[in-house]
Write a protein that binds this ligand. Structure first.
Ligand code: HEM
Length: 165
């Protein structure tokens, strides 16, 4: 392995760590912390208010790192001879979904994330809340993870078929 390979390894590691911190943190919040706080009664609700800004700063850093390292990974992959139309298509879908999640966190739910927005009211409004809330952001994150692993597989397949390995 040359210097450039070690550099790409560091970039991939940073990308994966940021993805894990955000999506893993979101899973922990929705499946463990929020139910626990709810069960412990009104006294501990102040804890929820303190968690928000802390988690948001972690997510802000993760988003910045994901965009920078993602751009480098994209350049590296698209300039190699092993990727085809399928790879480019899956990558385009992944990046579009990732930017939708970034938009929701950074602009639409800037001050409330990760608290789930109130989804009461008439159905069109309810549907919008459902597609833009904390759970939706997490679902998008989980799908982005799946598409990313698909990209890794597609690259492997391209490598094998084009090198005859
Ligand atoms: C929600 C945001 C994101 C998540 C959760 C995410 C997650 C991941 C994961 C888990 C991997 C696989 C790492 C591995 O197993 O080696 C990966 C690879 C990759 N990501 Fe992301 N990512 C995100 C955003 C982005 C963005 C914004 C871009 C482009 C600008 C990007 C471009 C890539 C590329 C090109 C790869 C390499 C795939 C391959 O090995 O062929 N990602 N990402």
């Amino acid at each position: 392995m040359g210097v450039a390979d070690y550099l790409m390894l560091a970039i991939r590691w940073l990308h994966t760590m940021s993805a894990v911190a955000w999506v893993g943190g979101g899973l922990f919040y929705l499946l463990v912390l929020r139910p626990a706080i709810k069960r412990s009664g009104p006294m501990d609700r102040s804890v929820a208010a303190t968690i928000g800004p802390e988690f948001r700063s972690l997510v802000d850093v993760s988003i910045a790192v994901l965009i920078i390292t993602g751009a480098v990974l994209t350049f590296d992959r698209l300039t190699s001879t092993f990727v085809g139309v399928a790879y480019a298509g899956v990558l385009a879908a992944k990046v579009a979904l990732a930017f939708y999640a970034f938009y929701l966190v950074r602009f639409l739910r800037r001050s409330s994330y990760p608290e789930e927005p109130d989804s009461k009211g008439r159905w069109p409004r309810r549907l919008v809340t459902l597609c833009t809330g904390t759970t939706a952001i997490l679902v998008v994150g989980v799908i982005v993870f799946l598409l990313s692993e698909l990209l890794v597989e597609l690259f492997q397949v391209g490598l094998k078929t084009r090198t005859g390995a």
